[in-house]
Design a protein around this ligand. Structure first.
Ligand SMILES: [Cu+2]
Length: 321
C-alpha cells in the first residue's frame, strides 16, 4: 500500500530531500562510533577478566600502583571532544533544518482529526495529497483545528509538531520525482494511524499544471478572500488604514508594511510581527496593546471569524507593501 521505498542495505527510507544524506551520515557516524566503543570496552573488559583471573594462591595488592593519570585524562578528554564534535555537527544540521531559505514557496497546511488540508498562494487547495516542485525549497506553514498533530515525511527526514492556535513551520527541498508518504506522528485519537497524506514531487511544468487544476475559483486567492473579510465581515477598515494615501480616521495602527516590523507595546516589550502576532492581535487584542493606541479599543474576533478566515486575513495583510 505504501510506496515508501527503503534501502535494504541500511533499512532507512529513501533519501528524497537535500538534508536527508547529511542526517543519515551523522546517524551512521554515531551508530558506528557506538559499535566501536562497545567492542573496545566490552572486549577490554572480557580480556581483563580472563587475564587477571584468580589462579589460586594468595591475593597480592600492589599498593604503589593506584591509578594511571595519563590513561584517565585520555579516556575523559577524548570522549569529551567527540561529544562536542557530535553536538556541533548536529547543531549545524538542526540550523539547516530550522531556517527556511528566503525564496521558499509557501504552502499552508491544516491538520484536523483526521486529515491534512493544503492551500497555496494562488488559491489552489487540496486534501490528502499535495504537489511540490522538484529541487525548489518549500516552506509549510502549519496549524491544527483541534488537537496536537505532527507532520512527518520520513524520506525527507523532516518532522514538525502541528499545534492548535499557533503556526509552526517546516521546510524541505525535494530531490526525487514521485510521491512520498506523510504520517501524523502525534497520537491524536481513534483514526490517528489513518491520518496520512502524499507529497507529490513534480517537475516544474507538471507542478504548474497541478496548481492550475486545483484552484476552484481562479480569482479568489486567500489574500483576495482576506481582503473581502477585512472590508466586509471583519469591518477592520473602520479602524485600520492599509495604504499611505488613505484618508480615514486612524483609530488603530497602520497595517501596511506590517509583516516583519518590530512593534513596540505599551508595556515596553518589542515584538516582531509574524503570523502568530497577527493572529493574537485579532483573537486577543487586549493581551498586548501597541504603544500609542488605546487599550481595549479593538474588539476580539475570536468566535466571530473562523481560523480559516483569520488565515485569509493574514495572507491579505502580508500583501500590503
Ligand atoms: Cu494527527
Amino acid at each position: 500500500m505504501m510506496d515508501q521505498s527503503t534501502s535494504t542495505l541500511t533499512m532507512l527510507p529513501t533519501q528524497a530531500s537535500t538534508i536527508a544524506p547529511g542526517y543519515d551520515l551523522l546517524f551512521w557516524v554515531i551508530t558506528y562510533m557506538c559499535v566501536f566503543f562497545f567492542v573496545l570496552i566490552i572486549g577490554a573488559g572480557t580480556y581483563f577478566v580472563f587475564k587477571y583471573r584468580y589462579r589460586g594462591g594468595e591475593h597480592r595488592v600492589d599498593t604503589n600502583h593506584t591509578h594511571n593519570t595519563t590513561l584517565e585524562i585520555a579516556w575523559s578528554v577524548v570522549p569529551l571532544f567527540l561529544c562536542i564534535g557530535l553536538f556541533a555537527w548536529g547543531f549545524k544540521l538542526y540550523l539547516d533544518f530550522a531556517i527556511p531559505p528566503k525564496d521558499a514557496i509557501e504552502i499552508r497546511v491544516t491538520g484536523q482529526k483526521w486529515a491534512w488540508n493544503f492551500e497555496y498562494d494562488n488559491g489552489a487547495a487540496s486534501a490528502k495529497e499535495f504537489a511540490v516542485p522538484l529541487n525548489k525549497p518549500v516552506k509549510l506553514i502549519m496549524t491544527s483545528r483541534d488537537v496536537l498533530h505532527s507532520f512527518f515525511v520520513p524520506s525527507f527526514r523532516t518532522k514538525m509538531d502541528v499545534v492548535p492556535g499557533r503556526y509552526t513551520t517546516m521546510w524541505f527541498q525535494a530531490t526525487q520525482v514521485g510521491p512520498q508518504q506523510v504520517f501524523c506522528t502525534e497520537y491524536c485519537g481513534t483514526s490517528h494511524s489513518d491520518m496520512l497524506a502524499k507529497v507529490l514531487v513534480l517537475p516544474e511544468k507538471e507542478y504548474e499544471d497541478w496548481l492550475e487544476k486545483h484552484r476552484d475559483d481562479p480569482n479568489a486567492t486567500p489574500a483576495d478572500k482576506g481582503k473581502k473579510i477585512f472590508n466586509g465581515k471583519g469591518g477592520c477598515n473602520a479602524c485600520h488604514a492599509v495604504a499611505a494615501d488613505q484618508a480615514i480616521p486612524v483609530i488603530g495602527p497602520k497595517l501596511w508594511q506590517l509583516f516583519g516590523r518590530a512593534e513596540k507595546m505599551a508595556d515596553g516589550a518589542q515584538l516582531t510581527v509574524d503570523e502568530n502576532y497577527i493572529r493574537e492581535s485579532i483573537e486577543y487584542p487586549n493581551k498586548q496593546t501597541v504603544a500609542g493606541f488605546a487599550a481595549g479599543a479593538m474588539p476580539t474576533f475570536k468566535g466571530v471569524l473562523s481560523d480559516k478566515e483569520i488565515s485569509d486575513l493574514i495572507a491579505y495583510l502580508k500583501t500590503l507593501k
